[in-house]
Design a protein. Sequence first.
Length: 150
Amino acid sequence: MSVKAPNLSMRRRIQFISFVMVFVITGVLIARLAYLNLINYEEYKKKASQQQFKVTSIAPNRGTIYDSLGNELAKSATVWTVYLVPVNIKSDEAAKTIAQGLSEILGVDYDKIYEKAKKEKSYYQIVKKRIEDEDADRVRQFILDEKIKG
């Protein structure tokens, strides 16, 4: 039994079938991508938001440390860090709004915050560390009021 070498019409048929298969697979992938982006948009938006805002539990407080006279030397306290995600800040107006609001709440220089907000390729810019609960609540309210992303 001998196998014939593929002639020109056979090659074209193989090329056509290959092209159709690639076209169908590409169409299926595009349809799936459109389904995920258009139909399930809200679900994935919610999941992304949950990944960006995370509460981390730290081991229990160790308590207050006193000296031999009963004076307080150190105590445990809950503090917060405020940071920006500049790649999510899309406009200059948004950067100005963020810089103005955070500078008023945290007492940090407006220009420093604005410069950090304008670093378009950065994913993490610390604005201020060791923020007390009251200021952290004010920052959260500012984010909600201004509908800020970043």
